[in-house]
Write a protein that binds this ligand. Structure first.
Ligand SMILES: Cc1ncc(COP(=O)(O)O)c(C=O)c1O
Length: 424
């Protein structure tokens, strides 16, 4: 039943059938949410024991004998920096541990560029027509940060190997281009991992602006959904090889390893940028929450500990991704109404519906009690030029609810497509 080749009377009949099924859903008064990539309660439970590891009867000193209850150690405990460095594949001495949110560190790094500049260049605030590259579909909150600071957001198409590097290489010839957002592994929302060639081309960039920076947000670096993880080349090592060490800022957090509301964030930078950031942090805080760092290192211990924890997450998450993908496959394949990614990790599935239909699909789902991420959210300024992309977040609802929500989602995708074709 390919919608594109269906005669109109047949399409009209299918439309009426779908409408009936849709109305049936409306009668059920559902209240389901596939909008944000939040871990489920079962996933949060996996880290509850961590809360018992730092208490009034445990040692509250770090390995270097620092009293974690007190001020001090502004860059973070040595053991926490080592743990995050291992995960981010960067040297521990270049890591700064922040608070509970890597997004906060990204925001602050852009703010640093705005007020103080990088590589001795004028602060971004003083530079006209500043631009930031936004591989799309991408993470709405990234785009939001640079929109907030008044950058012109430039859409860079995502390919199956990562951002379109021909476009990136062309754009960085423009000195008003100051940076690019990247989620290199299991990208939000496509699930794509950047290819080796893409990483090498990033490391070899020679931007016209000396203060251009790659914001390398490896939020999903250990978030595999299969036992055969995709491999991401280390941008740090490639930049070192190219002697381009101050080209990138590196970010990660334990938000989706332990608790998103109370995890540990970290960033790393090349030596010159690191020196600047170290100074900046010395003004911002007399010391981060080291008790939280202590409980994280005691709980996760090392990379083996992180991988074991992620395997427990995978056991909960993978069946949800399978449920979503099975519904898409059984309800939509061969109908020419949608295509979708099949991620091997991360938190999202990216669905492209028929051009001009994404907003309508989100509206229809909302009308029957299923909340989706707003159509357009995955593009700069919240505007998808083809009104096509929808980000599905399978992590939060229980599998049975997810299946119900997906049944409705698939009906709405077909309804919107039929509406469009019947009008044409
Ligand atoms: C790509 C990406 N980066 C960062 C974050 C937020 O990370 P944090 O909780 O460390 O601020 C998210 C959350 O969804 C994300 O998808």
């Amino acid at each position: 039943m390919n919608f594109l080749s269906m005669p109109k009377p047949e399409l009209e009949r299918v439309y009426q059938e779908l409408l009936e099924r849709y109305r049936h859903f409306q009668g059920q008064h559902l209240d389901l949410n596939m909008a944000r990539g939040k871990p489920s309660k079962a996933q949060l439970k996996l880290s509850e024991k961590m809360l018992d590891l730092v208490n009034s009867s445990s040692t509250l000193d770090s390995e270097n004998g620092e009293d974690c209850r007190n001020y001090g150690v502004p860059l973070g405990l040595a053991e926490m920096r080592r743990l995050m460095a291992g995960m981010m594949e960067v040297p521990a001495e270049n890591v700064i541990i922040g608070g509970n949110a890597s997004l906060n560190m990204m925001f602050d790094t852009v703010a640093c560029g705005m007020t103080h500049g990088f590589s001795g260049c004028a602060p971004w605030l003083e530079q006209k027509n500043r631009k930031f590259l936004c591989p799309s579909p991408g993470y709405d909150r990234h785009f939001g940060v640079t929109e907030y600071f008044g950058f012109d957001l430039i859409t860079i198409p995502m390919t199956e190997n990562g951002p379109d590097m021909d476009a990136v290489e062309q754009w960085v010839k423009d000195p008003s281009v100051k940076g690019i957002w990247c989620v290199p592994k299991y990208q939000n929302p496509t699930g794509i991992t950047f290819s080796d060639d893409t990483v090498r081309r990033f490391a070899a960039l020679k931007p016209a602006a000396k203060d251009f920076r790659i914001f390398w947000d490896n939020a999903y670096c250990v978030h595999d959904l299969t036992e055969t993880p995709e491999h991401l080349l280390s941008l740090w090592s490639e930049c070192a090889r190219e002697e381009n060490q101050n080209l990138a800022f590196f970010f990660a957090s334990t938000s989706k390893i332990t608790f998103p509301g109370a995890g540990i964030a970290a960033m790393a930078a090349g030596n010159d940028d690191f020196a600047e950031l170290k100074k900046r942090y010395s003004y911002q805080t007399i010391g981060p929450d080291k008790l939280n760092q202590l409980r994280h290192v005691r709980f996760l211990k090392d990379m083996d500990g992180i991988h074991a924890q992620m395997a427990r997450h995978r056991a909960i998450l993978a069946p949800k991704f399978t449920a979503v993908l099975q519904k898409l496959e059984s309800e939509l394949s061969g109908k020419s109404v949608a295509s979708w990614t099949k991620p091997k990790g991360g938190y999202f599935i990216s669905v492209d519906v028929m051009e001009g239909c994404a907003k309508r699909v989100v509206e229809l789902c909302g009308g029957a009690g299923v909340k989706l991420t707003g159509a357009g959210a995955t593009f700069p300024y919240g505007k998808d030029p083809k009104d096509r992309n929808i980000r599905v977040a399978p992590s939060f609802p229980p599998v049975e609810e997810l299946k119900q929500a997906m049944d409705l989602f698939c009906i709405c995708i077909q309804l919107a497509a039929a509406e469009k074709l019947l009008k044409s």
